[in-house]
Design a protein around this ligand. Sequence first.
Ligand SMILES: [Zn+2]
Length: 391
Amino acid sequence: MVDSQYWWLIAFPAFFALGWLAARIDIKHVLSETRSLPAAYFKGLNYLLNGETNRAVEVYVEVARHHVETVELQFTLGHLFRRRGELERAIRMHQKLLARPELNVAQRQQAQFELAQDFMAAGLFDRAEAILTELQHTDYARQARTELLGVYQQEKAWRKAIEIAQQLRDDSHTYQHEIAQFHCELAEQAIARSQPDDARVELEAALTANRQCARARSLQGEMAIQAGEATIAIECWLAIETQDPHYLALIARPLLAAYDGMNRAEEGTRLMVRLLSQYPDLDVLDLTYERLMTQKGMDDAYAFVRERLRSHPTMPGLRRVLETHLLVAPDDQKADLEIIVKLLNEATREQSMYYCSHCGFKARQYFWHCPACTEWETFAPVRGQRSRNPQ
Ligand SMILES: [Zn+2]
């Protein structure tokens, strides 16, 4: 009896010690597990913040290998692969995720949405379209439609783009500019197919969507010229003044040609002079100068640009004045003037480009649809102007 009592005396503390030890080992293991994950996360995050995506990916790939169960991490990694342009890896990652039976509905939809974006980035628009169409009936409906709008624009499927934009319109974004532009694209396609009646219908639809659509008026004018109706063309183009007069610069040349073709050249020139005095930023100074030079001679053209420089001093205006002065200057001044004009030309080169007010992309040519950021009507119709509505 005495022996067994002693045995219990030793056994109890021993059991406690073993339990304590076991608990410690377990807790230590658990702690190491939970600590290693956030530590690696932060390490990866640090790399990301420093712009070192390559090293961040290395860290996350390593963590993902040991923690296959962490779905969120797989999403992060897939996203990183796509951003780095490793589209095949991103696609594989998201396809693997989708194959997992334990994903809940929200995670499955997220994986589908990510995969659709991978396909878009890879230019596999039909596959992206198939997934996004499916997602239209889920919580991802709005995001899916926004992406679909991108797909249809890439595929130049303007009819479908109009349909989606109409579904997307709400108080925060009416899509009226985009819808009008899509109709203009359809009109241009119809013009290219020699189907002017279809083109006319599209242009009317463009103006119904957005009365201010200067591109639609501009195309209506072009069609009238092709049909030999110069008076109607002039009417269509002049209507742009009531929309946004700065777009007149884009059609000023054919507009003047229409006046010339009807023996109303003087009227065309007077119109340009009037528009310039009314809208000082209108980009028709060079054109008006050229016309004055040929119609009225150098004295009138020179007087005009000097007056313009005084009332509206700009660097391109100054260059134009000096260029004209060079023509009449005495021979001993010409060499100096030539150097000044050359320097001014270099200094104002930036002002001979059109700029996208959304992404800053610049081009010699005017675009209704920015080739860089794919936004619509973001190019100011005035060369050298970086914002769409300068004040
Ligand atoms: Zn842009």
